[in-house]
Design a protein around this ligand. Structure first.
Ligand code: TNX
Length: 552
């Protein structure tokens, strides 16, 4: 239960003003602020509604098991962070999170020296915690965070962070106190794959902008960043053997802006940063459709040998690599080889969606030839679910983006592949496409899959979602963010928030904990955290935001 403090009238109305100002974040996002404007930290709206000690487990994603017990732990000027060799990195990350707002030195020290501080332990014997699970014990004498792997500690640190008051997210010294409720949280994820996709092709986003998104994903325990690197409007990743892909094919974007691309060094910087947040990057090279940027850059890739102009509109389905031409496979081999070499992760996404300008026979022939190339360079294929129109390679994952209204035969084709061993990532467009408008009044976004309000994006079950697909085939969920209409980080914020935390919870939390009525209260409690982080969000009327009509 949220402890509410009585707020005197004057402070109450000041607060309302602050909330109104915060809501203005959404309006200004809609009003297209100057491109690349630095996200301004919002006012401390709703902060007064926060209790001094946040009840244990009232976080997103909700933990698998929570046992409140005893008095809270208080972080002080003398707190130390105790680490061992395997937990040192996470310890440094935690210190980096906490220092600016607490103003405490929080030295990261050898474990034995930190008897009464925050201890981070990697214990290989904790097999039940798996690859990402953790146990957090909080008592007045100290905090102990235990995991089998550093990734588990990293997830546990997000729990610890959300237990602290939202002001901990600010980058200037805040008054505190910094208390963490007493008790034990034991937590492991429901799904191994919890993803978010960012389309950097339709509009280009810089390395720093992608890092900012990575940090937002980290807070909600997302472990996979899928980057949609190529499409009709822009090729965003350097390929040494085909340099015009970026120098020409990356030179614009939707609306005719300057576009951009990542050099290999820049791309590796993104991959490294994601790894430091225990996220795996999946690069997507969309083929054989969605390839106008490549076709415009190299005439020989076109069946008629004529390069089309660059494209800055938002239509889909009009481009295709030339399936019968041998040079197409030289191109594909070079691209996959170079991208695979930049990818420490297991997967390479080859797209395969909306190939409306490729005949069915050509599509099948293309996928038969290209999937083995991915394997040759040591990666596992991921494709959009149209890949089930060909034969997905052994071990491939397909990403289902159908809707309620998707024809039963198409759903069944994907379900049959799942029964045959193909893994599923669920991204139903009318649930988790973060570029869909919330309502008809949402200024940004598209609506081809319908309006997707916050409840709709949360209130479904991945295990039973696709009729006929075995629950065990479901590897997890992913929330794609397509950017035809999104140009700035502020635009990304207002579409991702607050739907993204709901998708993260679907991916992490046990099915039995799924409940909109309790979720919406925990979501409302994230509002001061969004504000402190400078995240503008959609103030959905479905969510009981602090001071927003709750009578305070
Ligand atoms: C469909 S879903 C697409 C994208 C668009 C998106 C816009 C899928 C694999 N392809 O090309 O950007 O809709 O919502």
């Amino acid at each position: 239960m949220r402890q509410r403090r009585r707020i005197p009238r004057l402070i109450g109305s000041l607060l309302l003003l602050a909330v109104a100002a915060a809501a203005g974040g959404e309006a200004s996002a809609a009003g297209k602020p100057a491109r690349k404007a630095a996200p301004a930290p919002g006012p401390a709206a709703g902060a007064a509604a926060e209790p001094e000690v946040r009840p244990l487990g009232r976080i997103i994603p909700v933990p698998a098991s929570v046992t409140p017990e005893g008095e809270p732990y208080t972080l002080t000027r003398t707190t130390r962070i105790g680490v061992d060799q395997k937990s040192r990195e996470v310890g440094r990350y935690l210190a980096g999170l906490l220092r600016p707002s607490t103003g405490f030195p929080l030295p990261v020290v050898d474990e034995r020296a930190a008897q009464s501080g925050i201890r981070l332990r990697v214990s290989p014997g904790e097999t039940a915690l798996g690859a990402e699970g953790y146990r957090l014990r909080s008592e007045p004498g100290g905090i102990t965070l235990t995991a089998r792997e550093p990734a588990g500690l990293f997830r546990g640190v997000q729990t610890l962070r959300q237990q602290l008051p939202a002001a901990v997210e600010r980058r200037t010294v805040q008054p505190g106190p910094w208390k963490i409720a007493g008790g034990t949280v034991t937590d492991t994820p429901r799904y191994a794959y919890r993803g978010a996709m960012l389309d950097v092709s339709r509009h280009f986003f810089t390395v720093d902008e992608v890092k900012r998104y990575i940090d937002q994903l980290a807070l909600y325990k997302i472990n996979t960043l899928h980057l949609h690197l190529t499409d009709d409007q822009g090729w965003r990743i350097a390929v040494d053997s085909w340099p015009r892909l970026t120098t020409y094919g990356g030179s614009t974007e939707v609306g005719g802006g300057p576009g951009g691309y990542y050099t290999k060094e820049e791309y590796q910087e993104i991959v490294r940063y994601a790894a430091s947040r225990h996220q795996e990057v999946i690069p997507e090279i969309d083929m054989p459709g969605h390839t106008n940027a490549a076709l415009a850059s190299y005439a020989e890739l076109n069946c008629d040998g004529v390069a089309p102009p660059l494209y800055t509109g938002i239509k889909v389905g009009f481009s295709s690599l030339c399936v019968p031409k041998p040079v197409t496979y030289d191109f594909v081999d070079d691209v996959i080889r170079e991208i695979a070499a930049l990818t420490p992760g297991r997967y390479l996404h080859i797209g395969g969606d909306e190939a409306h300008s490729t005949s069915h026979a050509d599509y099948v022939a293309f996928m038969e030839r290209v999937q083995p190339v991915v394997a040759k360079y040591g990666k596992t294929v991921v494709g959009w679910h149209q890949l089930t129109g060909a034969t997905p390679a052994e071990g491939a994952l397909v990403q289902y983006w159908g809707l309620d209204r998707t024809p039963a035969a198409e759903k069944e084709r994907v379900a049959a592949a799942a029964r045959n061993g193909t893994g599923l990532i669920l991204s139903p467009a009318d649930r988790v496409y973060l570029d869909m408008k919330y309502t008809k009044d949402t200024p940004l976004g598209l609506a081809w899959a319908g309006y997707v309000e916050v409840r709709r994006s949360y209130d479904w079950d991945p295990a039973t979602y696709l009729p006929g697909a075995p629950a065990a085939a479901v590897r997890g969920v992913e929330a794609p963010l397509w950017t035809e209409t999104l140009e700035t980080p502020a635009h990304l914020d207002v579409m991702a928030f607050p739907r993204l935390p709901g998708v993260a919870e679907l991916g992490w939390s046990p099915a039995a904990s799924h409940d909109w009525e309790t979720y919406k209260v925990r979501l409302a409690e994230q509002a001061p955290r969004f504000d402190a982080l400078g995240i503008g969000y959609h103030r959905s009327p479905q969510v009981p935001w602090p001071t927003g009509g709750s009578g305070e």
